[in-house]
Design a protein around this ligand. Structure first.
Ligand SMILES: C[S@@+](CC[C@H](N)C(=O)[O-])C[C@H]1O[C@@H](n2cnc3c(N)ncnc32)[C@H](O)[C@@H]1O
Length: 277
């Protein structure tokens, strides 16, 4: 399960807002609706393995569950109407016990704030991280598939948010400040690539003799952002082919990287030969 938590700082916590002015009097709820869309929509389909949680003004939590949600359409107005319905249900049971109510299929609402949401993330065993311009580059980080990404809305995280999320790893998608929905789309893209890689077979890119050379080629490819794995032929053979790190080493890459990887290796060895001349 992939999860996104979006902190809405200005969005309403009561249903008394008009659908005709989402970016204005409705407290930029359009930003949240776009984030919901980016989290859940595929072309003509929904991501069933995704959950989005909105935390509105640290008072109300609305959770949208991809595997159950119905009546969600790509336009922001109808998404805002579902959120308004959730807030109306919450208002009806003001003296409730704080339990979640399913306001429409797959949309759950309750009075709750950031600390409680974070607690529940830990209880589910999901791995929480903060998406932030000034974090570590996402390419250099490992995540389980069940990661919860915390984002702010159109505003910067507040002092209170920072206080409660400060212990989380900060993950950056580059130094450019992006829109919340753009961050979600990019995160999906990168996480999808990783998931495909986990299931993909490696193909042979290059063979060398000896471990130091193999490491050199692997590092070279990784400098270009191409993941590479060294497979020693000795481990696949009955013959003792490796002596003191010598032996045939195969540098394996993903099929999608094969063409570029071979070009890089070819360029590198050509340069070495030129230099020897
Ligand atoms: C519109 S931005 C928040 C306001 C923004 N800091 C500003 O200066 O206007 C919305 C959220 O998207 C996420 N975000 C934006 N750019 C990012 C980036 N380059 N890397 C990672 N997360 C980013 C952060 O969670 C941020 O709080």
């Amino acid at each position: 399960m992939r999860r996104f938590v979006i902190l809405g700082h200005k969005a309403p916590v009561s249903p008394a807002f008009t659908l005709d002015d989402l970016p204005g009097s409705a407290g930029r709820i359009d930003v949240l609706c776009r984030a919901i869309g980016a989290s859940l929509f595929l072309s003509h389909d929904l991501r069933r393995d995704v959950e989005v949680t909105l935390v509105l003004r640290d008072q109300v939590e609305i959770r949208i569950v991809g595997s159950r949600v119905k009546r969600l359409n790509p336009d922001e107005r109808s998404t805002a109407a579902l959120l308004r319905k959730a807030l109306a249900r919450l208002a009806e049971i003001e003296d409730g016990d704080g339990e979640e109510i399913e306001s429409t299929p797959g949309i759950f609402v309750r009075p709750s704030g950031l600390s409680e949401v974070l607690d529940r993330v830990y209880q589910t065993g999901s791995h929480p991280v903060m998406l932030h311009e000034h974090g570590d580059p996402i390419e250099s980080m490992e995540f389980p598939e069940d990661t919860t990404f915390f984002l702010s809305d159109h505003e910067e995280f507040s002092e209170d948010d920072y206080e409660r999320l400060d212990h989380l790893e900060r993950v950056s998608l580059g130094r450019q400040p992006l829109h919340t929905s753009q961050c979600i789309t990019i995160t999906h893209y990168l996480m999808d690539l990783r998931r495909n890689d986990t299931n993909a077979e490696l193909v042979l890119c290059h063979k060398v003799w000896g471990d130091p050379k193999a490491q050199l080629v692997k590092n070279l490819l990784e400098d270009f952002g191409i993941p590479a794995t060294i497979v020693s032929q000795a481990s696949q053979s009955h013959l003792p082919l490796i002596v003191d790190g010598l032996g045939e080493m195969r540098i394996m890459v993903f099929d999608r990287d094969l063409h570029r990887a071979r070009e890089i290796v070819a360029d590198y060895f050509e340069e070495l030969i030129d230099r020897d001349d």
